[in-house]
Design a protein around this ligand. Structure first.
Ligand SMILES: *[C@@H]1O[C@H](CO)[C@@H](O)[C@H](O)[C@H]1NC(C)=O
Ligand SMILES: *[C@@H]1O[C@H](CO)[C@@H](O)[C@H](O)[C@H]1NC(C)=O
Ligand SMILES: *[C@@H]1O[C@H](CO)[C@@H](O)[C@H](O)[C@H]1NC(C)=O
Ligand SMILES: *[C@@H]1O[C@H](CO)[C@@H](O)[C@H](O)[C@H]1NC(C)=O
Ligand SMILES: *[C@@H]1O[C@H](CO)[C@@H](O)[C@H](O)[C@H]1NC(C)=O
Ligand SMILES: *[C@@H]1O[C@H](CO)[C@@H](O)[C@H](O)[C@H]1NC(C)=O
Length: 645
């Protein structure tokens, strides 16, 4: 049914192509080299001038990392390329650094192009040249078209003319003050809005220039997006992509519209200035120090002196002596866990009102007050030294912190930091959340938090750890709805004989969240967490438990997600797929993007799933964009109103 209006739209766009500012976005037209759409051959010659200065973006990739090699590849002038990127002509770029490539764009037949020539390397096809080497700045169709039509097979050493995709401003665009068109090579995680604003372009003009609309603004990696610019791009804009928002901003004050505005600015500034892992590391250290200090400060009003830490330390030494039978455990413990406090059983009993039912949170987890601080106290049996050992080594605000332990009569009592808003599972399933609903930005923030915590486990612990039981029940929310991963009982090292993979015979996990290779073959890798994270993300945006998402006649979860993605109904399907309790208050463009992230996480082949750090990056960008969106839509006001009623 949606087909007629859709077809009409296409006709409409097509008609206006020749008249208006628009060029058709190539979309997935790069994928099948035997199908040639018009837009695959190039952007049509509809500008004011038949020749103009234009710009491309290229991400430095070996062997194309120097000014000289990139200029040669792109047919650009090396001194101009060096100048616009503010580097000497002898410079080498870091891998993945964004490089601005100035080129002259001119009409050849009915399409704009910038010519370069390329010598085919062994094993390369038209597609590999266009997609992998040229990062979508050309297409297999255009390269084939630009060379003799008899060229069916290409051979190594053959020199090809390669038309790069560029365009000149149309009359409508020059009327709006546009002087240049940048052909931006889209990569994972880009959105129209983030790509445009990076170059000080206007999202609406970019949408218009590519024949996209706000409702259907899906863009794909390794395609070109035209970004109309008033001024030439500059090297400042090529700084690495924004980092994940400053790891865990220790949030305290309830956010007022004012403070959330300044928060957004912090994100934006952080995005512009920072961006490198080093920055993250520094932020991590600073936050760690701040947290540590905060804790110390918080202890003071409880009556203990400001030396409470030392006092506590002394006390724990004393306890060790008292609890003679368990001395061995505790000694082992104190050797591995310096920062973890050891409590007496009496303290735990007092904290939980003798394990009174009114303190029970769930299962064997109790709420308690220890040293004036709320804590979650979990009773466990068996050997928990592994978990304690792990929790002691890691320190990340998106992983629930273990603050103390107690051993009594064969049982362990682990004392964790308290998460005021409980488990994520209580908030996201429409059937159980009792009318409470998280907003879109809150959901994305929590997703970023979980991704950061997992990335930390996967990439910053040695050896890398796999959580193995990521699910909504194991994500806790603090007073500010920041997510913290809990329950590392089943976490284990990802390292096996082959480095990346590890086999296990003991399958443990939660149904629906387990990756196929783990269920079938017991293959343990960080990618099983990525799979589970995808399921969690899916639940978070749909408000449904994974079990209820499966559909008859559709192949698994990824089939369900693909069905939503592939339907061409201008977003209605995605709208209907998402949690109705958000009442449509989310930008459709971002929602579609998140659904695509989910699709990547659910890939059958673990090697095709993204790494956690890529997810952190993508989700952080959506978060930044969502917060700006929220601000401009005054959704926060709406939220406050709703909370009051
Ligand atoms: C030029 O672009 C504007 C949008 O900024 C559009 O409303 C207008 O119809 C276009 N004019 C022409 C002559 O294409
Ligand atoms: C590409 O398109 C052709 C013609 O429509 C089709 O026969 C072929 O299966 C397609 N290939 C892929 C990989 O989709
Ligand atoms: C078009 O060409 C004219 C004359 O060369 C030049 O002044 C003008 O800046 C060009 N416009 C664009 C958008 O390149
Ligand atoms: C680019 O190459 C095409 C042939 O592929 C040729 O017709 C055109 O004149 C060339 N353009 C420039 C500016 O050299
Ligand atoms: C296109 O190239 C990129 C970068 O090398 C690669 O990651 C991606 O898998 C390629 N796409 C396809 C469809 O092969
Ligand atoms: C972009 O277009 C949308 C819808 O047409 C409009 O609401 C928004 O204000 C525009 N943004 C800018 C910066 O012009």
């Amino acid at each position: 049914m949606g087909f007629l209006p859709f077809g009409f739209c296409i006709l409409f766009l097509f008609f206006f192509c020749s008249v208006q500012a628009q060029q058709a976005y190539i979309g997935q037209g790069t994928n099948n080299c035997s199908v040639t759409t018009n837009s695959a051959l190039g952007y049509s010659c509809n500008g004011v001038n038949r020749t103009c200065q234009s710009y491309l973006t290229f991400r430095a990739q070996p062997p194309f990392t120097t000014v000289a090699s990139i200029s040669t590849l792109m047919g650009s002038n090396p001194s101009q390329l060096a100048a616009i990127n503010s580097v000497p002509q002898t410079a080498t770029f870091n891998t993945n650094q964004l490089v601005i490539v100035p080129v002259t764009c001119s009409c050849s037949g009915q399409y704009y192009q910038s010519n370069t020539s390329y010598v085919v390397q062994p094993g390369e096809s038209f597609f590999l040249i266009a997609n992998d080497t040229l990062q979508g700045l050309s297409t297999c169709q255009a390269i084939r078209n630009g060379n003799s039509r008899t060229t069916v097979n290409i051979f190594p050493g053959q020199r090809l003319n390669v038309p790069l995709r560029c365009a000149c401003p149309t009359r409508n665009q020059t009327g709006q003050g546009i002087n240049y068109i940048l052909s931006y090579s889209v990569t994972w995680g880009d959105m129209v809005s983030t790509a445009s604003s990076r170059f000080d372009g206007d999202t609406n003009w970019t949408l218009q220039a590519n024949g996209l609309t706000q409702q259907s603004a899906t863009i794909f990696p390794f395609t070109t997006l035209l970004i109309p610019l008033q001024n030439p791009p500059s090297s400042i804009q090529t700084v690495s992509p924004p980092p994940p928002p400053a790891s865990p901003p220790p949030p305290v004050q309830p956010s007022t519209p004012g403070s959330s505005s300044s928060k957004t600015w912090v994100h934006i500034i952080a995005g512009v200035v920072g961006g490198i892992v080093a920055t993250l590391a520094i932020v991590g250290i600073v936050v760690y120090c701040l947290r540590f200090r905060r804790r110390k400060v918080k202890l003071e009003p409880t009556g203990t002196s400001s030396e409470s830490f030392e006092a506590a330390e002394k006390k724990s030494t004393k306890n060790k002596g008292e609890e003679e039978p368990d001395g061995f455990f505790l000694e082992r413990l104190s050797s591995i866990a310096h920062s973890i406090q050891v409590y007496t059983f009496e303290e735990v009993v007092a904290a939980t009102d003798n394990f009174s039912p009114k303190c029970l949170i769930k299962g064997s987890v109790y709420r308690g007050k220890i040293n004036g601080d709320l804590a979650a106290i979990k009773k466990m049996d068996g050997d928990v030294t592994k978990e304690i050992n792990l929790l002691n080594k890691i320190n990340h605000s998106n992983l629930i912190r273990l603050s103390g332990v107690c051993f009594n009569d064969g049982n362990w009592y682990l004392v964790y930091e308290f998460a005021a808003n409980g488990a994520l599972s209580d908030w996201i399933y429409s059937s159980t959340n009792g009318g409470k609903a998280l907003t879109w930005p809150q959901r994305i923030q929590i997703a970023v938090d979980v991704a950061l915590g997992l990335d930390y486990l996967h990439s910053f612990t040695n050896p890398p750890q796999v959580h193995k039981d990521i699910k909504a029940g194991n994500v806790l929310l603090d007073g500010d709805f920041r997510g913290k991963i809990a329950n590392l009982t089943h976490a284990r090292s990802a390292e096996g004989q082959d480095g990346d993979f590890n086999l296990t015979k003991h399958i443990f996990g939660t149904k629906g969240y387990m990756a196929p290779e783990y269920l079938e073959n017991g293959l343990v890798s960080t990618k099983i967490d990525v799979f589970a994270f995808g399921v969690l993300l899916l639940e978070m945006i749909t408000g449904k438990e994974v079990a209820s998402l499966y559909k008859e006649g559709v192949d698994g979860l990824s089939g369900v997600v693909n069905e939503v993605l592939l339907s061409q109904d201008g977003g209605d399907n995605i709208m209907g797929f998402l949690d109705p309790s958000m009442e449509g208050n989310f930008p459709l463009e971002f929602a579609g993007f998140v659904v695509r992230l989910v699709e990547g996480c659910l890939k059958k082949n673990p090697g095709e799933r993204p790494a956690m750090n890529e997810l952190v990056q993508s989700l952080s960008r959506i978060l930044t964009a969502s917060l700006s969106w929220e601000l401009s839509n005054n959704i926060s006001e709406y939220r406050n109103l709703r909370d009051e009623t």
